[in-house]
Design a protein around this ligand. Structure first.
Ligand SMILES: NC(=O)c1ccc[n+]([C@@H]2O[C@H](COP(=O)([O-])OP(=O)(O)OC[C@H]3O[C@@H](n4cnc5c(N)ncnc54)[C@H](OP(=O)(O)O)[C@@H]3O)[C@@H](O)[C@H]2O)c1
Length: 282
């Protein structure tokens, strides 16, 4: 039995609350990293067309001997493919690269409100097709701000199952997170340890020493207790294992509030702001 709890989504499906992220893993090293994660016990993998490593994810899953139904796989629509016909082709490309006939979750990677005449609604309606035809069990968005979510609520049929946003102790992203919680949209926290930037914080190292855990485990446990879905990335086997060992301890009373108080608002953001981000890979 997996120690990882599942989170119920608004479409009746469930998602393992802890997964393994593969952003910035070299395509040539992805199959090995995912194989290691599967050996440790991860059953949820978060990839994207933009990462260039969907193929390695599929390879590792097939080589593991695990049944596809035991795995939860997410991928994302790259920024160059928001026009509906392009999105349809890109989604087929994702399934082809993974070597599967469905994904568990497919996301619009970025809203790109300054591109495509700001029409992420048509893109979203195209993802609704993929869910209707069963090739994406759930559909969601990533990096959507409250205004973008409100527009989908007004103009589309399906409420996103998740919103994958930058969220860690230095950026609580509270406005977007609270909107999601109030509207049945699960929060997935990307860069959950801020790519390591929060691990030397004295508040976190003090809690880690007291609980005899590592700083990364303390921060990931904080996410779990807040109800966030997380998928830390690592290519280091000892860290892949460490990041999975979150379910045999709890934070002490007051620890969560202390970590919440590290929020730096916009100053804590490490990635681009979704309202301005307009990168289209060539
Ligand atoms: N939707 C989006 O726009 C978006 C954006 C960014 C990320 N994501 C997703 O979120 C996932 C996680 O975010 P992320 O990869 O940016 O950052 P992250 O998981 O917060 O941090 C990864 C970094 O921390 C190091 N690390 C991992 N575990 C550690 C530990 N226990 N102790 C010390 N250092 C540790 C890793 O190093 P080593 O690998 O060298 O061990 C790597 O440099 C991504 O892989 C991707 O799936 C989505």
């Amino acid at each position: 039995m997996s120690p990882v709890p599942t989170t119920a989504l608004n479409d009746g499906n469930t998602i393992p609350q802890l997964g393994f992220g593969v952003f910035q893993i070299d395509p040539a090293e992805t199959a090995e990293a995912v194989a290691e994660a599967l050996r440790v016990g991860y059953r949820h993998i978060d990839t994207a067309e933009m990462y260039g490593n969907e193929r390695g994810v599929g390879e590792a899953i097939r080589a593991s001997g695990l049944d596809r139904s035991e795995l939860y796989v997410t991928s994302k629509l790259n920024n160059g493919y928001h026009e509906p016909d392009d999105a349809r082709r890109a989604f087929e490309g994702t399934l082809d690269a993974l070597g599967f006939d469905y994904v568990d979750l497919f996301l619009i990677h970025w809203p790109l409100p300054t591109l495509y005449d700001g029409d992420y609604v048509s893109t979203w309606k195209t993802l609704e097709e993929f869910q209707r035809d069963g090739r994406s069990r759930s559909i969601g968005v990533s990096n959507f701000e409250v205004a973008h979510l409100e527009r989908l609520a007004a103009e589309a049929d399906v409420v996103p199952a998740v919103n994958q946003i930058e969220l860690h102790p230095y950026l609580l992203n509270s406005e977007v997170d609270s909107y999601g919680r109030g509207h049945g949209i699960a929060t997935e926290a990307w860069s959950p340890i801020a790519q390591g930037a929060v691990l030397d914080d004295p508040a976190i190292t003090e809690i880690a020493e007291r609980l005899s855990r590592t700083p990364a485990q303390v921060v990931l446990r904080w996410h779990i207790e807040r109800g966030n879905i997380v998928f830390p990335k690592s290519t280091t086997p000892s860290r892949i294992k460490e990041n999975f060992e979150l379910f045999d301890f709890e934070l002490a009373p007051g620890d969560s509030e202390r970590i919440d108080a590290l929020d730096r608002g916009e100053d804590g953001r490490t990635g681009p702001h979704p309202d301005a981000f307009a990168y289209v890979p060539s």
